[in-house]
Design a protein around this ligand. Structure first.
Ligand code: G3H
Length: 215
């Protein structure tokens, strides 16, 4: 299972969480664990040796794009992948397409987020490496999508497979325990996208260990 920890703009220590991500990733053969800090923390996080992802890249190339995030810069800072179209950083469909293209150009792995199976089908058609279904109303609630809305995960898996069977499916929202990760896997998800369960934990290593222990 792929466990991607998004730090959003939570007031956690990104390096401490990254060290926990690195240590838990190295302690297991059954999970791949990565962390997505804020753009300004990418370099410090990548220096820990943790697998580092960006939270967003813009659909741009080098040039006159003040205030935008260029995929190549993110890769230079040590990121190996990027989220695109997170629920809290939505893009127009054409811009999702452009951001996937920019990430591909920079050699970044891509996870495109979407709210529901219909959007997952559209996202999969843009040929990212993976898509992630997240019902916005469950984000940050601690109520896991795998329990509150299992149909949306199964629907997303079917929708992506219909369009492109090479695109992996992740799910997210409210996931904070190993049982939630196991349940996501049983619904056909190949990974989970989570934030508050780790970013707000007093002990990120313990929180991450709990996520991988039952796998
Ligand atoms: O990127 C992560 C998701 O939005 C899930 O957030 P959450 O784990 O706090 O519900």
């Amino acid at each position: 299972m792929f466990i991607l920890v998004n730090l959003k703009t939570y007031p956690c220590d990104p390096v401490a969480v990254a060290e926990a991500v690195r240590d838990v990733d190295e302690s297991t053969d059954v999970a791949r664990v990565a962390v997505a800090p804020q753009a300004t923390h990418l370099e410090r996080v990548a220096e820990t040796g943790a697998e580092t992802w960006a939270q967003h890249v813009d659909p741009i190339d080098y040039g006159s794009n003040t205030g935008h995030t260029l995929a190549e810069t993110v890769a230079d800072a040590g990121a190996v992948g990027t989220l695109i179209n997170h629920s809290e950083r939505r893009l127009k469909l054409a811009d999702v397409d452009g951001a996937v293209e920019a990430a591909d150009r920079a050699g970044l792995e891509t996870v495109v987020c979407a709210n529901n199976p219909a959007q997952i089908g559209a996202a999969a058609a843009l040929e990212p490496d993976a898509v992630a279904v997240e019902p916005p109303e469950l984000i940050g609630t601690g109520t896991p999508v795998s329990q509150a809305d299992p149909e949306i995960v199964e629907g997303a898996v079917a929708a992506a497979a219909n369009v492109d069977s090479d695109v992996s499916v992740l799910c997210g929202a409210g996931i904070s325990t190993g049982d939630d990760v196991v349940a996501a896997g049983e619904l056909g998800s190949e990974g989970v996208l989570l934030a508050s369960g780790v970013a707000k934990a007093d002990d990120p290593t313990a929180a991450l260990s709990d996520l991988v222990d039952p796998l």
